[in-house]
Ligand binder design. Structure first.
Ligand code: HEM
Length: 449
């Protein structure tokens, strides 16, 4: 797929008047052709950075047709310009707010606790499937405060039907995958709209209290007249945005957690160090009798290393697609107007010039990397620049809580399984494990393990 399939004539045609630009044939930025569409692939961290920063709104997101059909042209994932910036700022500010952090920490702890207890009562757990139930529950709580129950179950069924169409043949008539997914989207929006309408009535009375979920955030914004295109059908607008926000978090979170379990199962020394760090924290906390807060979890430096290393190797989002709205030159390479560019994260994350032994799970490498000048541009699991994932901090918190409870209260054995990377990152056998409760009373040192 990465071979240059361009003919010389096209090559000269594209660059005839821009001879100062670097040729594309070799090196870290090159042209290729995917299913008949010519594209430029960047495996260069600095070029990726410029594409992501997107100064002057030169690049717009470019998704396969099935995705744009399902999302609609005004989706948060595809809009560009001031509306995208406004929404991004609103959602990011909410997801990083101290009020949310405090509340969501308790919610995540409760969901993880119940999930792990149920796992320990099952003879075999397929992590990839089971973890999805938990992460979906947390996501929906965060977006619209729906708790487990019938509404959540229906929402989950419709959502699963909806996302089946994200990668499919973009033909829309009764019976096709796309058609079924669009129908599921209608039902989803109906369910969400009911929540939004009920909240609209309640919101009028308590606008001074902090926002509890994304519905609160968006409703307050439309009620304050935020944005211009929302006024005609503000409740439809809010409902649509909530459904769109379910997409980026739904698959990524459970995949990250599943792969963390996989990598730890295969690396007992890293697991022992993780147990040690988390048991120390658990003992400190039980002595003080205080609840954990967001920064307690973030202070677990080896745990954060494990999360970074998991995200580096997992490459859940292996890159982002953009289309150039005008000719752009980056580091001497020309990206012509109208062309698509794939900023490949996986190529940078697995580049041996940047990461020594890139295929080795080595959480300790992050002690050496953190603080290096180019570390942020060479590590982009959450993207960067204008569209940097607003769920970044929340994702790290959720994975930290999951790992903390898993390794301090349980041990597990994993059956043999392998990672499949196409079309999305998955475990071939859904990662079967057996979970046993353990009574740990002291941190286990790496040597004891
Ligand atoms: C490990 C988990 C996650 C990973 C690896 C991840 C990765 C990403 C990446 C790479 C982007 C940038 C896409 C682009 O530039 O086109 C993105 C955007 C986004 N993510 Fe995440 N994400 C994760 C979890 C979440 C969660 C839990 C949420 C929701 C609470 C979320 C909400 C979003 C939203 C709304 C955007 C679009 C931002 C915009 O375009 O303005 N993500 N994510």
């Amino acid at each position: 797929m990465y071979n240059d399939t361009f003919s010389d004539s096209l090559f000269h045609f594209s660059y005839g008047n821009l001879s100062a630009c670097k040729p594309y044939r070799y090196g870290k930025v090159f042209k290729t052709n995917i299913i008949g569409t010519p594209i430029i692939i960047s495996t260069d961290a600095e070029v990726n950075k410029v594409v992501l920063q997107n100064h002057g709104n030169t690049f717009v997101p470019a998704y396969p047709k099935s995705i744009t059909e399902l999302l609609g042209e005004n989706s948060i994932l595809s809009i560009n310009g001031p509306h995208q910036k406004r929404l991004h700022t609103l959602v990011s500010a909410f997801l990083r707010s101290p009020h949310l952090k405090e509340r969501i920490t308790r919610d995540i702890e409760a969901s993880v606790g119940l999930t792990l207890t149920s796992w320990s009562q099952l003879p075999l757990v397929h992590v990839q499937d089971e973890i999805k139930k938990m992460t979906f529950e947390i996501l929906v709580k965060l977006l619209m405060s729906i708790s487990p129950g019938e509404d959540l179950d229906i929402l989950k069924l419709e959502f699963e039907e909806f996302i089946k169409g994200l990668i499919c043949i973009p033909i829309r008539f009764p019976g096709t995958r796309l058609y079924k997914s669009l129908k599921a989207k209608e039902s989803l929006i109906k369910i969400v709209k009911k929540v939004v309408e009920e909240r609209q009535e309640a919101t009028i009375e308590r606008t001074n209290s902090p926002a509890n979920d994304a519905v609160d955030v968006l409703l307050r914004d439309v009620n304050d007249g935020g944005g211009s295109d929302k006024q005609s059908q503000p409740l439809d607008f809010v409902s649509g945005k909530i459904v769109e926000m379910m997409i980026p978090g739904e698959e990524t979170m459970p995949t990250a957690m599943t792969l963390a379990v996989k990598f730890l199962s295969d690396n007992p020394v890293a697991l022992a160090k993780l147990v040690e760090e988390n048991m120390e924290m658990k003992m400190r906390k039980s002595e003080s009798g205080k609840e954990y807060n967001w920064s307690d979890y973030m202070s677990l430096s080896f745990t954060q290393n494990v999360i970074n290393e998991t995200l580096r190797m997992a490459n859940i989002i292996n890159g982002v697609w953009r289309k150039a709205l005008k000719d752009v030159e980056i580091k001497g390479y020309l990206i012509p107007k109208g062309w698509c560019v794939l900023a490949s994260f996986i190529s940078v994350h697995m580049d041996e010039d940047i990461y020594e032994n890139p295929y080795q799970f080595d959480p300790w490498r992050w002690d050496r990397i953190n603080g290096m000048s180019n570390s942020n541009i060479c590590f982009t699991p959450f993207g960067g620049g204008q569209r940097l994932c607003p769920g970044l901090e929340l994702s790290k918190l959720e994975i930290s809580i999951f790992l903390h409870q898993l390794v301090t209260r349980y041990s597990w054995t994993a059956e043999k399984d392998e990672i499949v990377s196409f079309p999305t990152v998955k475990m071939k056998r859904r990662l079967p494990i057996r979970v046993t409760p353990v009574e740990r009373t002291s941190p286990i040192s790496v040597e004891d393990h």
